[in-house]
Design a protein around this ligand. Structure first.
Ligand SMILES: C[S@@+](CC[C@H](N)C(=O)[O-])C[C@H]1O[C@@H](n2cnc3c(N)ncnc32)[C@H](O)[C@@H]1O
Length: 336
């Protein structure tokens, strides 16, 4: 049975789809957990293999219509839950063969200017991916200059965070900042080196605000820990990431909790190291988009795919992962 693709689905191009399919080998069948359903690109492809079952998650209610269509078409093989992936244990009790994360924002979200993720938008500064209780507008207008500086500097890795934070506070004294283009103006006026780089001067500040509003680093850390708890021995966890903070966390998790590394890590006392082995040997392998994909799907340029294979060991909570990245978690915990 063929179903017509909606404009939502058509506007979305799944990043590194063929690489994800090659690593996850759905032709063998098994239960797949697609933690970031988005436009359903990965889930739809996985369901084309007749022996698969797929569970899709997304925090964004706007993907419901796509998910419902798949649930109808594959009623015995696909289920969707609108939850944050950190809460996976609340809906799933059985173990799975493969877990996939494709982090960040979908093009469906980016291209809907009312959501306020795009620099091109003139709409309200929202940036809520679906289940956040704050908006970028609330953060921009209520946080102190120092809190804004920390968010922009640490979560956006923006060198000119101090001047941007200062100018945000100056501007909001005159008038509340409510729209995306107002913030874009403030950032463009603040940045000295705006014409020296080929990335948009707003990229890093927007990344910082989006991460802060949606608590993306806390979600990532909790999500990968809770997902690993559900992964069968020999099962694979695949993660597509888009910026260096995400990649640093994933690399640390896979490396330091793998058979070949955990024994030698200075963070783990020798007598506890056996318990810390969650993954088989991990060699820091990164898969990047092909030249062909780069030529047709520009947003994939910063994507990195890493994967690890679950060891036979029983699950032990990886506390060091949280300690190691507590600086990001502390910033995300700032109250607005
Ligand atoms: C890059 S898109 C995924 C695209 C998808 N792989 C596809 O093929 O269409 C990321 C999706 O993950 C969702 N997402 C991001 N963080 C999430 C979280 N913590 N919990 C649940 N969904 C999340 C976003 O709402 C977005 O729809």
């Amino acid at each position: 049975m063929k179903t017509q693709k909606s404009s939502l689905e058509l506007s979305h191009f799944p990043v590194m789809l063929s690489e994800v399919i090659e690593v996850s080998a759905p032709s063998k069948g098994g239960l797949f957990l697609d933690c970031t359903f988005g436009g359903g690109g990965y889930s739809s492809k996985l369901l084309q293999y007749p022996k698969t079952k797929v569970i899709g998650l997304d925090q964004d209610p706007s993907v419901f219509s796509i998910a419902k269509k798949l649930e109808k078409k594959f009623s015995n093989r696909f289920n969707f839950y609108q939850i944050k992936f950190s809460k996976i244990n609340s809906v799933l009790k059985e173990c799975v063969d493969t877990i996939i994360f494709d982090l960040g924002l979908s093009s469906i979200q980016l291209n809907n200017f009312e959501r306020g993720f795009s620099f091109k938008s003139k709409d309200k500064l929202d940036m809520n991916m679906g289940m956040s209780d704050i908006s970028a507008q609330k953060a921009i207008n209520n946080l102190s200059e120092n809190q804004l500086r920390l968010i922009i500097k640490i979560l956006g890795e923006e060198k000119e965070a101090s001047i941007i934070a200062k100018n945000i506070v100056k501007a909001r004294l005159e008038k509340k900042i409510t729209r995306v283009d107002e913030l874009v103006n403030i950032i463009e006026k603040s940045k000295k080196k705006k014409f020296l780089s080929n990335i948009n001067p707003c990229t890093k500040t927007f990344q910082a605000l989006r991460i802060f509003v949606n608590k993306e680093i806390s979600e990532l850390i909790e999500g990968i820990i809770n997902a690993t708890k559900l992964l069968k021995p020999g099962g694979k966890i695949l993660i597509v990431s888009f910026h260096s903070i995400e990649d640093k966390i994933i690399k640390y998790f896979f490396s330091n909790y793998s058979e070949n590394k955990s024994r030698h890590s200075r963070y783990f006392p020798d007598n506890q190291s056996e318990e810390n082995i969650l993954f088989k040997k991990y060699y820091n392998h990164v898969i990047r988009p092909s030249k062909k994909e780069l030529s047709i799907n520009n947003p994939s340029r910063s994507a990195k795919l890493r994967f690890a294979t679950r060891s036979e060991n029983k699950f032990v909570y990886p506390h060091h992962l949280i300690q190691k990245f507590s600086n990001y978690l502390d910033i995300e915990a700032i109250n607005v």
